[in-house]
Ligand binder design. Structure first.
Ligand code: COA
Length: 269
C-alpha cells in the first residue's frame, strides 16, 4: 500500500517482477551504485507488502546486478535529513517501514549479492533466509565512519553470528570483508561466479515456490520465534540512536565529505 507522504521512486530505480510464485525485486540505480533513496525504500516496502498479501507469491528474491548489490543509503538523502533534523526514528519513515516489513516477512526471502553491499546493503541480508554471493561480493558496515550506529538489529544479530570480537571489527573499524569470509561466518550460503549468482537465486526460489506455502511460513516462523520480539525492540533502540547521531556534527561532516569527495575531519567530533 503506498502512503501519501512517500514520494514514489522513479519507476526504474526498483524493478519488481512476479512470475511463477516468485517476486523478484531488483536494485536498478547502477549510476549511483544502487544507493537507496527514501523513495526507493518506500517502493521496497510496498513491493514486500504486496508480495506478502498476494497468496500466489511464495518467496521473494532481492538482487542487484553482477557488479553492485547496493552502496547503502543514499548519502545525499542522509545529508538533507541531517540538515533538516529529520525524525529518523519515526516508524512510518520509509526506511524503517522497509526494515520492519522485511524483518517480519513471513515467506522466504532470498538475496543474490555481487560487488559491494554497504551498510543496509549488508544488514538487510541478516533478515534474508538464503543468501548467494558472487565471488566479487564485498560487505561493509561503515556506520561509525559516517558518525552513525548500526541499524536493522545488526548490533544484536552480528555479534551472535560472528562472535563479539569479529563483529566489533566489522562494526567499529567498518572495513570490508569478502565473500569467502562471509561464507565462513554463515552470512551467505554459497559463493559462485558473479555471472551465476542471480541465476542460482532464481533456481533456489523456484524450488521453494514448488513447496507448500503454509509449511514454508510455519517453518520460518518457528526458526525466528525465539528472537522476533528482541529484534523489533533492538531496531527501535537503534532507530532512536541513529536519529540522534544523524543530527550530530560527526554525521554532518562525514556526509559533506562524501559529497565533496574528500576525507572527513573528525578532529572536532
Ligand atoms: N549515496 C549516494 N551516492 C553514492 C553512494 C551513496 N551511498 N555510493 C556511491 N554513490 C555515487 C557516487 O557519488 C558517484 O556519483 P557521481 O558519479 O555522480 O560522482 C557514483 O555513485 C559512483 O560511485 P564511486 O564511489 O565512484 O564508485 P566506486 O566503484 O569507486 O565505489 C562504493 C563504490 C560503493 C565502494 C563507493 O561508492 C562507496 O563507498 N559508497 C559509499 C557507501 C556508503 O558509505 N554508504 C552508506 C552506508 S550507511
Amino acid at each position: 500500500m503506498s502512503r501519501p507522504q512517500d514520494a514514489a521512486a522513479p519507476a526504474q530505480d526498483i524493478l519488481v517482477h512476479t512470475e511463477a510464485g516468485v517476486t523478484t525485486i531488483t536494485f536498478n540505480r547502477a549510476d549511483k551504485k544502487n544507493s537507496i533513496t527514501e523513495a526507493m525504500y518506500a517502493s521496497l516496502a510496498d513491493a514486500l507488502a504486496q508480495a506478502e498479501a498476494d497468496a500466489a507469491v511464495r518467496c521473494v528474491v532481492l538482487q542487484g546486478d553482477m557488479a553492485i548489490f547496493s552502496a547503502g543509503n543514499d548519502i545525499g538523502d542522509f545529508l538533507r535529513q541531517s540538515a533538516a533534523g529529520a525524525a529518523s526514528d519515526d516508524a512510518e519513515r520509509p526506511v524503517w517501514r522497509f526494515l520492519h516489513t522485511l524483518a517480519a516477512f513471513p515467506k522466504p526471502v532470498l538475496a543474490a549479492v555481487c560487488g559491494p553491499a554497504v551498510g543496509i546493503g549488508t544488514t538487510l541480508l541478516l533478515h534474508c533466509d538464503l543468501v548467494y554471493a558472487g565471488d566479487n561480493a564485498a560487505f561493509s558496515l561503515p556506520f561509525v565512519n559516517l558518525g552513525l550506529c548500526p541499524e536493522a538489529a545488526s548490533s544484536l544479530l552480528l555479534p551472535q553470528m560472528l562472535g563479539y570480537h569479529r563483529a566489533a571489527e566489522v562494526l567499529l573499524l567498518g572495513e570490508p570483508f569478502l565473500a569467502e569470509a562471509a561464507l565462513e561466518v554463515g552470512l551467505v550460503n554459497r559463493v559462485v561466479p558473479p555471472s551465476e549468482c542471480n541465476l542460482l537465486a532464481q533456481t533456489q526460489a523456484k524450488k521453494l515456490a514448488a513447496k507448500p506455502l503454509s509449511a514454508l511460513i510455519e517453518t520460518k516462523r518457528l526458526m525466528k520465534a525465539g528472537q522476533a520480539a528482541q529484534v523489533r525492540e533492538r531496531m527501535r533502540e537503534e532507530g532512536a540512536s541513529f536519529a540522534r547521531l544523524m543530527a550530530g556534527p560527526a554525521a554532518r561532516e562525514a556526509f559533506s565529505a562524501f559529497m565533496q569527495k574528500r576525507h572527513p575531519d573528525f578532529s572536532n567530533c
